[in-house]
Ligand binder design. Structure first.
Ligand SMILES: Nc1ncnc2c1ncn2[C@@H]1O[C@H](COP(=O)(O)OP(=O)(O)OP(=O)(O)O)[C@@H](O)[C@H]1O
Length: 847
């Protein structure tokens, strides 16, 4: 009997499946027909654009200025149009919504009805309703020849219900469909029913529903080394952020995997669509690492936007300078803190006294004899240390050249030669007399010139004037004439005589050199000097570490913010005024007197703006929890008149003083009103991994909410100990060494997942870990804990939670980041410090 029942069930299941398959096929062919129509229309549009270009070329032959201008405008428009159409040709139709009749019959500019809520009576008393409107959603909008919308741009208001509608608040949407297509071929469809209780009819037939929803399908896909856009499955709470009005500051918090980075990128595309003219000033996206830039930079082009958006790592924000090193946690803490601002102000002024002369090139360019460190492979940062200190010695450098030995025996570079110092005496001859200023007087003049807060380089003319005043007083010529006009003439010829004298010019260059940020930073590499400038601001240990770190080849992420600050403190070096070539006409009109001054100012201004090129119309800060106070100042300067989107998660912060960073952030964002959002759903980690990570969150930030995971895989995290660990009980895999264990576990995961595997280790083990994985192929990568920020992999191996947690005062939060990178499977390998239990679970991850 049982066998017969089983057979009947199998027959029934297979019949059901074949019916479902045929419904799916039919629905795919319905969408295929629509896509064919869209392509046909696109081809018509391309012909139109080509015709316009040809026509415009012909008009140009007419030759009148008006015709030429018209032709240029047409070519321009048609060119843009063609370009867009050709670019968007791949995979741009991805969604569809079937809607009830709206409250009113008004249509928007995209040809769709604008009502969000259904009309009264749209649902009949017997709970049936007719589909009144069907919209297809894609990467750009396409209108049919009769102006009915074939495709609605995903950013248009009419597309919002595709993202916002939920079964709790469905609005007019009955069915939301995600269409998978490649080129001209529809591959599949996935439906979500927003009103499952309703019997909806489309052209008199039941509305079929296919699949289990697109979100799960998207989340289940294998990961590659680059991020995908989520345009087909943006969720309602994310859509609220993406489409939030751009006024003031949009502030978004959310745990790991809640889509903050994805939302930030889609928001950039949305803002451009919504008000392209306003954002012509550019959108800047600041990302914490070059790895995250490389991971995310393909998303905007896939959304049809790139030109006006700059995605830059925080270590690449200053033109001409590129961070290639990490600082040890203690050094980073000193360099990133607000205290450094006071040190830099003193250093900028003090550097004058050291005779830190001008260095060629822009702010960040290496000084002579100091080779530029090129970007490392894959944009990875080296983690050089400052060498000697016991609390840092475990952070051995991993960067081969210019490296510091783990035992601190070899210094990266010797201290730069201390300059001879500024001259202590000025001697000139004027009006036939030898005039002299001695050290004490020169010092007094310098202090008086430095009074006030103006940028140091801009004070040079003032210092020059004070020198001339003092020399004039010494000359005794002041009392020679009582007639003010004659006295003024005498003074002016005195000034001219003195300042054209070589000895005066050379003295001024040596005594008040034009400083570059790099020259000041170099001057700070001298520990004694830095100690003077940082007295009562940094402690002696910090002074030693900072000075040593500045003697390495290359710059750290934190040095970049210091360079930027110094640029602001120093101001652009004063440029000699170049006289405009005299125009004979000017001489006739007398304009020559006036023009050079005005023109010079304009030119200077243009030059300065081009050089600074740091102001943007909108600034998006990703992983904002890691931005240090000094970095906030740097970013703030790039968005003084901007609107902002700031996304982050305090629980993932690797910065040790969150209160100080919050103060700096508030200062950068000014008094602009904040609009706050919180993302609550974790789309990355399955529940099994999220649950484990929540244990570390409870230690790192007690009381902080853990985002709820949207799916579960049934695969528990795996725990593995080496024989050096204590645990060797039931279920624990024990191998001879950490290296062997990690390699074997990575290989196992490569077998189990289709996509990528990330091996996350403490920062000082990165190089070692790369060697462990040699030969396993490019689906697996080794990462230092700080590099893992923002990235994700199908599976991860987290090596020694205790080592990661002990790396810095923020170590537990860094460990939380490491544990939340996997989309499918997680293996935790314990090292010596982890004290695993009999099941291999390290101390930090036990209940
Ligand atoms: N609506 C969505 N549809 C499909 N995938 C999504 C959606 N939202 C997020 N994801 C996916 O979830 C993953 C996590 O997103 P993202 O990296 O933006 O999160 P995050 O909040 O920045 O994480 P973290 O704080 O850990 O850096 C990504 O793979 C992203 O594509």
């Amino acid at each position: 009997m049982a066998a017969q029942a089983q057979q009947e069930t199998a027959v029934h299941d297979s019949a059901l499946k074949s019916v479902q398959d045929s419904v799916r096929e039919r629905e795919i062919s319905v969408e295929q027909e629509h896509l064919n129509r869209v392509y046909q229309r696109l081809e018509e549009k391309i012909h139109e654009a080509e015709f316009l270009m040809n026509d415009a070329a012909k008009r140009g032959q007419v030759g009148t200025p008006g015709a030429l201008a018209e032709r240029d405008a047409q070519v321009f428009r048609a060119g843009i149009h063609l370009n867009r159409l050709n670019n968007e040709f791949e995979d741009f139709l991805f969604g569809r919504i079937d809607l009830l009749l709206g409250k009113d019959g008004k249509k928007g500019p995209d040809g769709a009805y604008t009502a969000v809520e259904p009309a009264e009576g749209a649902i009949r008393e017997d709970n049936t309703a007719d589909i009144a409107e069907t919209l297809h959603i894609g990467r750009i909008g396409v209108l049919d020849s009769d102006y009915t919308p074939l495709v609605i741009d995903w950013r248009a208001p009419a597309a919002a219900p595709f993202y916002r509608s939920t079964p709790v608040d469905p609005g007019r949407v009955v069915r939301r469909r995600v269409i998978r297509s490649k080129g001209r071929k529809v591959l599949g469809v996935e439906d979500d029913l927003m009103r499952p209780e309703l019997k909806a009819l489309l052209d008199g037939h039941d509305l079929p529903v296919i699949g289990d929803g697109a979100l799960m399908a998207a989340l289940g896909q294998a990961r590659t080394h680059t991020m995908r856009d989520i345009v087909a499955s943006i969720q309602a709470e994310q859509d609220m952020v993406i489409r939030a009005p751009a006024a003031s500051v949009t502030y978004v918090e959310g745990g790991p995997g809640t889509g903050k980075t994805a939302v930030a990128l889609h928001r950039a595309a949305y803002l451009l669509y919504q008000d392209r003219r306003r954002y012509a000033g550019g959108i800047l996206i600041v990302s914490p690492t070059p790895l995250l830039v490389a991971y995310t930079e393909g998303v905007l082009p896939s959304l049809g936007e790139e030109g006006q958006v700059a995605i830059r790592a925080i270590g690449s924000l200053v033109d001409g300078a590129e961070a290639t090193l990490y600082d040890s946690p203690a050094t980073a803490r000193a360099k990133g803190s607000y205290r450094m601002l006071r040190v830099l102000r003193k250093a900028a002024r003090g550097a004058l006294e050291t005779g830190a002369g001008p260095r060629p090139g822009p702010s960040g360019r290496p000084a002579p004899g100091r080779p530029a460190s090129g970007r490392l492979a894959f944009g990875q940062l080296a983690f050089g240390d400052e060498g000697d200190e016991s609390d840092e010695s475990h952070l051995g450098s991993v960067n081969g050249e210019g490296a510091v030995n783990g035992d601190g025996s070899h210094d990266a570079r010797t201290a730069p030669q201390a300059p001879a110092g500024p001259p202590t005496r000025l001697r000139v001859v004027a009006f036939g007399r030898r005039l002299e200023l001695e050290a004490a007087e020169l010092d007094r003049i310098r202090q008086s010139a430095l009074g006030g807060t103006a940028p140091v380089n801009l004070l040079r003319p003032r210092a020059r004037k004070l020198l001339l005043d003092a020399l004039w007083a010494h000359s005794g010529a002041a009392g020679r004439h009582t007639d003010p006009e004659l006295a003024a003439e005498l003074r002016s010829s005195f000034d001219e005589d003195v300042s054209s004298e070589d000895s005066f010019i050379e003295f001024l260059d040596a005594w008040w050199p034009e400083l570059t940020p790099r020259a000041v930073l170099d001057a700070m590499a001298d520990e004694r000097r830095l100690g003077r400038w940082a007295r009562r601001i940094l402690n002696p240990g910090e002074v030693r570490k900072v000075a040593r770190s500045l003697r390495r080849e290359g710059l750290s992420v934190h040095d970049i913010a210091l360079l930027d600050e110094l640029q602001a403190i120093l101001g652009a070096p004063a440029r000699p005024r170049r006289k405009r070539e005299a125009d004979p006409l000017d001489q006739l009109t007398g304009l020559e007197e006036l023009m050079p001054v005005r023109e010079e100012t304009q030119r200077e201004r243009a030059e300065r703006l081009a050089q600074e090129r740091t102001e943007y119309a909108h600034v998006i800060v990703d992983e904002a929890q890691d931005v240090t106070p000094m970095q906030w100042r740097m970013i703030g300067r790039r968005g003084r008149h901007a609107t902002w989107t700031v996304v982050g998660d305090p629980a993932q912060s690797s910065w040790s003083d969150p209160d100080e960073a919050a103060e700096a952030r508030d200062e950068a964002l000014g008094t602009r009103p904040r609009r706050r959002f919180r993302l609550t759903v974790n789309y990355r980690n399955p529940a099994e991994i999220a649950e484990l990570a929540a244990k570390v969150l409870a230690l790192a930030m007690p009381g902080s909410p853990s985002p709820s995971a949207v799916r579960s895989t049934g695969v528990q995290p795996r725990f593995v100990a080496t024989d050096k660990g204590q645990g060797a009980g039931h279920g624990v895999v024990v191998r001879d060494s950490l290296a062997e264990t990690v390699r074997a576990e990575a290989a196992l995961l490569l077998d189990r997942v289709d996509g990528t595997v990330g091996v996350v280790v403490a920062m000082n083990r990165r190089e070692e870990a790369r060697r462990w994985l040699a030969g396993l192929g490019d689906r697996v990568v080794a990462l230092g804990s700080l590099e893992a920020k923002g990235l994700e992999y199908d599976a991860t191996v987290v090596v020694s939670p205790a080592e990661i947690a002990d790396e810095s005062p923020a170590g537990l939060r860094v460990l939380y980041v490491a544990l939340t990178r996997a989309t499918q499977q997680l293996t935790v390998v314990s090292g010596e410090r982890d004290a695993p239990d009999a099941n291999g679970v390290p101390d930090l991850l036990r209940d």
